[in-house]
Design a protein. Structure first.
Length: 197
């Protein structure tokens, strides 16, 4: 009785090794109980003596004696040649990658320019506010000096509007303007609480 050699048909998925190809064999069978189709994939290393196989080739392999640690198959024939492109994956989308990178760089430059313009506008606005506050403080001080020269006491309302005047000056001015009212308010309120007039 002679032994019959085992033949299988699969697709070449790797040719990186010398005189060796990796062949993928896909099988599908139905589950006995549930009836679902199960797909299984096995990868075999097969001996290719003349390095004739290319990626995507459909080949017939036969079982043989162990040729190396994992190689126990040899290529019998190439059934059909594969249609795999010879381009490297980096060459396929190189123009698209450059377009995307230039678009991202332009967007980043636009964002940076917009942020610079906004920060300049904020700085100018802050400087304008500071100048306005200084002008208000200067005009308030000039009004106080003019009122003091005329011998008039500034109104409490004017002092409250003036942001540059310290709170202690406002309180002392109010106390000077109405000493009789504060004396009556102090008598009416208990000593624990502070009065706000």
């Amino acid at each position: 009785m002679g032994s019959q050699e085992k033949l299988q048909t699969g697709t070449v998925v790797s040719t990186k090794m010398d005189k060796t190809v990796v062949v993928r064999i896909d099988r599908s069978k139905r589950h006995r109980l549930y009836g679902k189709t199960l797909h299984t994939t096995r990868r075999y290393k097969a001996h290719d003596e003349k390095n004739e196989c290319n990626l995507g080739d459909v080949v017939k392999i036969s079982e043989t004696r162990p040729l190396s640690r994992e190689k126990r198959w040899r290529v019998v024939e190439i059934v059909t040649r594969g249609d795999v492109a010879e381009l490297a994956p980096t060459d396929v989308g190189s123009t698209l990658i450059t377009e995307i990178s230039t678009a991202q760089a332009a967007a980043a430059a636009d964002t940076a320019a917009r942020e610079r313009a906004e920060s300049t506008a904020r700085a100018a606005d802050t400087a304008a506010r500071a100048e306005a506050a200084a002008a208000t403080a200067a005009s308030g001080a000039a009004d106080d000096e003019a009122a003091a020269a005329a011998g008039e006491q500034p109104d409490a309302a004017e002092m409250a509007v003036d942001e540059a005047a310290p709170e202690a000056a406002v309180m002392s001015t109010e106390a000077d303007a109405a000493p009789a009212e504060t004396a009556t308010d102090d008598a009416a309120t208990p000593p624990d609480e502070e009065t706000t007039s």
